[in-house]
Design a protein around this ligand. Structure first.
Ligand SMILES: [Zn+2]
Length: 81
C-alpha cells in the first residue's frame, strides 16, 4: 500500500459552486436563495428563505441588519428628497 501521502484531519473542501451559500435557514432549515449585490465595491448579500420568508443580510461577510443594508443601498443610489 502506498500510504503517507494523504493528510489525516481531512480538510473540508467547501468550494461553493452552487447557487446557494450552503447554509440552511435558521428557522425552518430550508434552502436559502442568495442574491448578491455589489454596492460601492462591497458585496452585499441577501439570503431569503422560500419556506418561512426569513431574510438575512450580509455585508462583506458580516451579518448586518436590514436597516444597515438599506442604508448601504440608499447611500449608493442617492437619497430622494
Ligand atoms: Zn426558513
Amino acid at each position: 500500500m502506498s500510504a503517507g501521502d494523504r493528510n489525516q484531519g481531512t480538510a473540508i473542501e467547501d468550494d461553493s459552486s452552487g447557487p446557494s451559500s450552503g447554509e440552511p435557514c435558521d428557522r425552518c432549515g430550508g434552502e436559502l436563495s442568495v442574491i448578491r449585490i455589489v454596492v460601492d465595491g462591497n458585496t452585499l448579500l441577501m439570503e431569503s428563505c422560500d419556506g418561512c420568508d426569513t431574510r438575512r443580510w450580509q455585508l462583506a461577510g458580516e451579518r448586518i441588519d436590514l436597516q444597515q443594508a438599506l442604508d448601504q443601498v440608499g447611500e449608493h443610489a442617492g437619497r430622494r428628497r
